[in-house]
Design a binder for this molecule. Structure first.
Ligand code: BTN
Length: 252
């Protein structure tokens, strides 16, 4: 199928011209699908971002969801967000662009977002039944086609590279890289992936402000826990771990 270099990811592909959200479609079918099945669409009409935000998904991007069944405890599901971010960053770096990861899941080039990841899991007691790894990559679309409010802080691979990207070969390379990282995830201590992730992260060492539904935490990002939580050292020298939130870099 479309010359994939993977054995697991993309063995089965559900391709759509238009869906509401590939993550929603993937969750609907996940229970009866095998691990590695992909849902991909040209356009999403109701693309979802983290924290209830909208994800604008016009023609020209890559909007996809991967169904995984890693059989891990639910609290480890967020590790897969880091795995996917690392894979996206690696593939973009192989194109010669300086991709960096902003905690927890944004892949950015020159400080502008080119990819977002939305991980959703269903669990029975503490074991995940499945994880849907939703990945949105701004590839060839025209930023002009994106509403102003979403455009700020975003970029596309085409804009950064100065040329049109062949989406199919990009997807082949990305799935291969994601599969490699996923195999490492299943066979190696997570600290290995975490180290690679940290090397590409531009969050650690920065003054940050993280907003969660209940509060705002300010301080210096000093590390990441094995479950992917950000560790912040506050002005009073105490540390806090934040599992999810909106992270803003202070001017430096
Ligand atoms: C974020 O940065 O807030 C996460 C964005 C995730 C977008 C992708 S596109 C494919 C998949 N389907 C969705 O509805 N969302 C994810």
């Amino acid at each position: 199928q479309m010359g994939l270099k993977t054995t697991l990811l993309g063995k089965k592909i559900h391709y759509y011209e238009e869906v509401t959200s590939t993550n929603s479609t993937a969750k609907d079918i996940a229970a009866s699908e095998e691990e590695g099945t992909l849902v991909i669409a040209e356009v999403q009409k109701g693309g979802r971002g983290r924290l209830g935000r909208e994800w604008v998904s016009p023609h020209g991007g890559i909007w996809m969801s991967v169904i995984l069944k890693p059989g891990i405890p639910l609290r480890h599901a967020s590790r897969l967000t880091l795995v996917a971010g690392l894979a996206v960053a690696n593939v973009i770096r192989n194109m010669g662009l300086d991709a960096r990861i902003k905690w927890p899941n944004d892949v950015r080039i020159n400080g502008k977002k080119v990819c977002g990841i939305l991980t959703e899991a269903k669990a029975e007691v503490d074991r995940v039944d499945y994880v849907v790894l939703g990945i949105g990559i701004n590839v060839n679309m025209d930023l002009k086609d994106i509403p102003e409010s979403f455009r700020a802080g975003s970029t596309t691979l085409k804009a950064e590279l100065g040329s049109h990207i062949k989406r199919v070969s990009f997807l082949q390379d990305f799935l291969f890289e994601l599969e490699q990282q996923y195999i490492l995830f299943k066979t190696q201590p997570f600290s290995h992936i975490l180290n690679d992730w940290l090397a590409l992260s531009d969050t650690i060492g920065r003054e940050v402000k993280v907003t969660t539904p209940s509060r705002i935490i300010e301080g210096k990002a000093v590390g990441i826990t094995p479950d992917g939580a950000l560790v912040i050292r506050k002005a009073d020298d105490t540390k806090e771990e934040i599992i999810a939130g909106r992270c803003i870099y202070a001017r430096s």
